[in-house]
Design a protein around this ligand. Sequence first.
Ligand code: SAH
Length: 225
Amino acid sequence: MRIDIISVVPELLDSFFAHSILKRAKEKKLLDVFVHPLRKWAVNEYGQVDDYQYGGGAGMVMMCEPLASAIESLSQDRKYDEIIFMSPDGQPLTQSLANALSLRENLLIVSGHYKGIDERIREHFITREISIGDYVLSGGELPAAVLTDAIGRLLPGVLNDETSALFDSFQDNLLAPPVYTRPANFRGWTVPDILLSGDPVKIAEWRYESALKKTAEKRPDLLND
Ligand code: SAH
């Protein structure tokens, strides 16, 4: 899989992709992530990519021309399955959306800045808009990194134990059960006996029951879905 990201602050993403689990995905050639500086397609030699908004008001808007040039130029090299704009008014990012996107071959992600991007780019180029939550961040880089991480860890072979992503929270609309590691007794706080029993069927049952209980307590809305 390949993910291209267009950004005005590519430096914000370089460090994340150089150190996270995505680094291993890259090394194993399971996922390639490329960050493209929008200023490469700036409208003048000063690197301008934004301008004042029509109608007045505070805050700059990312201009059509650099974004259209960037998207068109990248689209010449490959056909993107989706051109995604990260935006607080987009569709909420969920595990099932990450699952679906992890089956695609080529994704292009546009991260906004300032007040956002000119609406005409959204109308004519963007195929999907995704929000990472009901709050506003100052740029789309963290949201793009969040989306890339959520997708990347689902690709077979990226996590050490290939099946482990299947047992995380939100797969099957359940939160993950509690986990424990050594020692079995820490300050008199003990690990549930069943986990030490070595009986895989009983352990699986306990995990399922615990996941149900935790979900009912913390996120009953998931069980109603
Ligand atoms: N004026 C816009 C917010 C702009 S924030 C509004 O009120 O909706 C600047 C950029 O940060 C956005 O264009 C988007 O790319 C990114 N961003 C901020 N919050 C986000 C969120 N919750 N999810 C996804 N992207 C977000």
